[in-house]
Write a protein that binds this ligand. Sequence first.
Ligand SMILES: NC(=O)c1ccc[n+]([C@@H]2O[C@H](COP(=O)([O-])OP(=O)(O)OC[C@H]3O[C@@H](n4cnc5c(N)ncnc54)[C@H](O)[C@@H]3O)[C@@H](O)[C@H]2O)c1
Length: 438
Amino acid sequence: MKVSVFGLGYVGCVSAACLASMGHEVIGVDVNQVKVDLVNDAKAPVVEERIGELIADVVRTGALRATADVREAIIDSEISLVCVGTPSEPNGSLCTTYLERVTEEIGAALAERGGRHTVVFRSTMLPGTCLNLLVPILEKYVGGTAGVDIGVAVNPEFLREGTSVRDFFDPPKTVIGELDAASGDAVLALYDGLPGEVFRVPVPTAEAIKYADNAFHGLKIGFANELGAVCQALGVDSHQVMDVFLADRKLNISSAYLRPGFAFGGSCLPKDLRSLVHAAQRADVSVPILAHVLPSNSDHLQRAVELVERAGKRRVGMFGLSFKPGTDDLRESPLVELAERLFGKGYDLKIYDANVSLSRLLGANREYIENRLPHLAQLLADSVEEVLEHAEVCLVGTRDPAVLSALPHGDAPVIVDLIRLPDAEARRAEPGYMGLAW
Ligand SMILES: NC(=O)c1ccc[n+]([C@@H]2O[C@H](COP(=O)([O-])OP(=O)(O)OC[C@H]3O[C@@H](n4cnc5c(N)ncnc54)[C@H](O)[C@@H]3O)[C@@H](O)[C@H]2O)c1
């Protein structure tokens, strides 16, 4: 394919050289003439493992050249990769100035070129940037419709500086956010022959995936380092701890606990986080990530309260009360906490949980309920139907099949989904449906 690559920084330079080595005819574009000259002299404008030899090879064979002339590059290519920088503004917001400028330039050149051309954004940008900011610029300059006259895709970059050439040829995954199938097909053709799973998703999803990845990577490093500091203060070898931690592929290094859902609770997680953070504080070890896990959880629970408030109704039905399906354990159940907050705000509550009935509340649970939710007996209903008859708003916090099959569709009662119902994707279009975090 004939490819133009805008921005010859780390990402653009590696993409351009690797694509050229795969047999594409590549033209790199940068506003910085020094970088353009370096590439044309068969030298790499960035320091990176293997990039020097690769650029020397592909420039010598004529597969890669560079220019500062946008028009020349666009006329001579069928697909453009935009790899310009998107740095932070001083207030933390994303700077889209370079993206906007390069999109204007590409749009103006495309207006002259005619014929379909696909613009692929590789730069990291927040969800909505492509469709709300860049596509309108392209359409204005080209005088056509994106997805019809111009192809548009978002193809985030997952290379790591230091090993980016290696990562290019062995990517963890390829994500293609496509405006239309033809745009996605063009990106796919570009990487033909590379390993790794390909995900074709809507444009904003592709933009968000990059943020999910980087936020998680930062979180993992912060978690490991905080845990290391606590272990050190407690005289434990953190690497030995993490060796065992990492060997657990069921609960630790796995997809467990990584889907947005309701707040956590139970008799272990809150208690153990509290005592670990307390131990760190006593040892003068600052652990801001660990210290904010419980506040984050409480804020998440509050989102459910806010959804009920937004529904603007007083009669609330709640399905589920115990902290885990199939148990009657109510200690630190987030659903009990939610019922309490709603009860405290004067909502008219009815609750159904097949596993919880007062007669089965024994020992610690009975005590817990008597202390935390003394009016539970009045609030508990004996059947799904009783709650449905009462409710203007239904809070669904259980996967009990009897509850799921009875939930109505439409605009009343309002369904506040705390668990991502099995049919949530279809329900999201219904006027009475509210997902907690989806
Ligand atoms: N560096 C990484 O490891 C990495 C990894 C993944 C994603 N990303 C993302 O990729 C994007 C690029 O990152 P980078 O590190 O390569 O940036 P960089 O700053 O190294 O390079 C950007 C290049 O774009 C050029 N440029 C700016 N405006 C231009 C224009 N109008 N026309 C042509 N060229 C123009 C600049 O001169 C510069 O050479 C960013 O959004 C970044 O967040 C970077």
